[in-house]
Design a protein around this ligand. Sequence first.
Ligand code: ACO
Length: 323
Amino acid sequence: MMMRAVVKGIGHYLPERIVENAEFEATLDTNDEWIRSRSGIERRHFAGEGETTSTMATAAAKKALAMAGLEADDIDAVIVATSTADLTFPSAATMVQAQLGMKSGFAFDIQAVCAGFIFALSNANALILSGQARRVLVIGAETFSRIMDWTDRSTCVLFGDGAGALVLEADEGNGTSDDRGILSTDLNSDGTHRDLLYVDGGSSTGTTGYLRMQGNQVFRHAVEKLSKTATTAMETAGISSEDVDWIVPHQANIRIIQGTAKKLGLSMDKVVVTVQDHGNTSAASIPLALSVGVERGQIKPGDLVVTEAIGGGLAWGAVVLRW
Ligand code: ACO
């Protein structure tokens, strides 16, 4: 007998406003063909006036709770993975808690940039396995449109806004890889790569700042580190790539997604891809892709899913779970 953190519900929210690549042609020296061929992105959603990370997170959370057949008060903990909380503090998670009308439990944010949802899942799993929480709402939500330098064509065409949420609940398994729920996690970071990807504002400047990225340098790290962390997580779970039903990668760039799948020996038929419609939504990209994957009928109960992500820090990791 072994405790497992099992997914009971999932949901997502995307803002109404869709921006096609061609829209950037009016203000920047760029074009649809460059963006599409270099990144795989065709369009993205941008938050509207009054929409924030916490409001989108709450909308996604309500859908996940509905699917799980639970009320907000059934939840012990809310974790929001984000780098774009509404304010420097309090956390987006406490704002979500209030918007859901939760009067008990605890809530906090996790910040590991694009790898944030992996770090949040891993921490939620640890809370459940240690008995500190029985049901955890794990959310990834971002409004990267608010930290874009709209004159920098090498970054502002790549990112989008959105939120995804899932409900994890403690359940008993038999301790094998046949169990439903989280089977293994692998987390990594290396702070010496700070300058590859950062936002140039915060408590040291008194401003919010804008995202700065050396995209081709980040790219060089991505495939190698993502395939390594996914392989480590699969080994820990006692599974091999033949057992995998779905890879759900962080959606930053189709070429990174393809390169990682190839390195893992998996065909693209086993990869959930949403980057064309969402762009890079940082910590929201994996829960968005999981939710869309379920909606499309790709991910079904019992499927073995590997998720992996890398982002600013650098921080990267992977989670293996059975849906
Ligand atoms: N339109 C037209 N040309 C452009 C654009 C644009 N929007 N942006 C850059 N270019 C130009 C560059 O100026 C450069 O021109 P030059 O050769 O004259 O200097 C040329 O295109 C090639 O630029 P590269 O950056 O080398 O292009 P690359 O093929 O590497 O693609 C990209 C860029 C898409 C950013 C890619 O490097 C990438 O996806 N990197 C990884 C980003 C990532 O995965 N981030 C994940 C974490 S994100 C997070 O943690 C928040």
